[in-house]
Design a protein. Structure first.
Length: 89
């Protein structure tokens, strides 16, 4: 296995991780901004007021995006194991 092959495997692994985590990161960013704006507008500084809706948004996003995330992860794993003979050389 050449160093370039290892770099390619790590590159594909990191890109798969990025694309799989992107929907949840985007949901967290949007939920955080909206809840922070709502806290500023209402002057409510209770920590539970900010964390409970964010957790609910993450859970809803996870439930919605889970089939897509699993299909991406399965496709990556099948592709990696399908090319296993190429990496053995």
């Amino acid at each position: 296995m050449t160093p370039q092959t290892v770099i390619d495997i790590l590159h594909h692994a990191l890109m798969a991780t990025f694309w799989i985590s992107l929907p949840l990161l985007a949901i967290g960013l949007i939920a955080g901004i909206l809840i922070s704006l709502l806290q500023i507008l209402t002057s409510i500084q209770d920590p539970a007021f900010g964390s409970v809706p964010r957790l609910a948004a993450f859970l809803a996003g996870l439930l919605i995006a889970m089939p897509w995330m699993l299909s991406r992860l399965t496709a990556y794993t099948v592709g990696l194991f399908g090319d296993l003979g190429r990496y053995v050389r």
